[in-house]
Design a protein around this ligand. Structure first.
Ligand code: SAM
Length: 249
């Protein structure tokens, strides 16, 4: 399944009140939104028709989140769904996540593009290939290590996978407090030492199985009922059930 097909289905299933996208380029992914949306990209060049309710910002994501009120264009409604597909360097994608999470509802889903590079060259920080993932794959490892409270899923979409993060905590300062050290850890010179598990797609889930899982409907229910994270997160984890259970030997 192509990543845009997965994203379109995710919009349908989550029916989020708001959507924020980092990295718009031609508008392909942004055109899938049916919600009030924000698109951020310093160099977008639209080739797709966008829904009417989209505010575009021709600036970097860092500049956007330095605004006094990054939710102004969404009338103060927290982000309900987000796609992080801006600059494909691990520290930028990590900062994007920190900023998105801070302005999200806990029931928000955050998707990272390009977490499954196919070659070491494709994962280089200094771009040397046409199709380029950079070293965004490192962010999932950072989240799993430092934020075990989050749910991190790897989805095997074409061409280079998606990361799907659930169970956000907008009040968490774990990543922002540790950011300087995390940046030192993840910014390493090329060639990148991509773990074999990334190339082998260890733990990568089938996209259709992820779309068919019951957690989308549960997220909507928890959001619409105003269920707290404390009460809702255990239910969300349970709803992942078989999707994330290790295969029987
Ligand atoms: C891969 S393209 C996005 C593709 C789009 N999401 C889609 O799937 O149709 C990446 C985009 O990120 C933008 N970009 C680069 N640096 C950025 C930054 N710091 N903040 C936001 N966007 C950035 C680039 O201008 C480029 O258009």
């Amino acid at each position: 399944m192509r990543y845009l097909d997965f994203l379109g289905e995710a919009h349908e299933r989550l029916a989020p009140p708001t959507y924020l996208e980092i990295g718009v380029r031609h508008g392909g992914s942004l055109s899938l939104s049916r919600s009030r949306s924000v698109g951020i990209d310093p160099a977008y060049k639209l080739k797709y028709d966008l829904p009417l309710d989209v505010a575009l910002f021709r600036e970097t994501s860092d500049a956007y989140f330095e605004r006094e009120d990054p939710l102004e264009a969404l009338d103060g409604t927290p982000i309900g769904f987000s796609f992080i597909d801006g600059l494909h360097l691990a520290e930028f994608a990590l900062r994007d996540f920190v900023n998105v999470e801070r302005h999200s509802a806990w029931t928000t889903a955050v998707v990272f593009d390009d977490i499954l590079p196919r070659t070491v060259d494709e994962a280089a920080r200094d771009r040397i290939t046409d199709a380029w993932t950079g070293d965004v794959y490192k962010v999932l490892d950072v989240l799993e290590k430092h934020r075990p409270d989050l749910i991190c899923l790897r989805v095997g979409t074409e061409p280079t996978g998606l990361g799907l993060i659930l169970g956000l905590d907008p009040d968490s300062t774990v990543l922002s407090d540790a950011y300087a050290q995390l940046e030192r850890d993840i910014v390493t010179p090329d060639p990148q030492d991509v773990p074999e598990a990334v190339f082998a797609h260890d733990g990568v889930l089938d996209p259709q199985a992820v779309l068919d899982a019951p957690f989308w409907a549960l997220l909507r229910e928890l959001r619409d009922n105003g269920t707290s994270r404390r009460d809702g997160l255990p239910r969300l984890r349970r709803s992942l059930g078989e999707l994330t259970a290790p295969a029987a030997a």
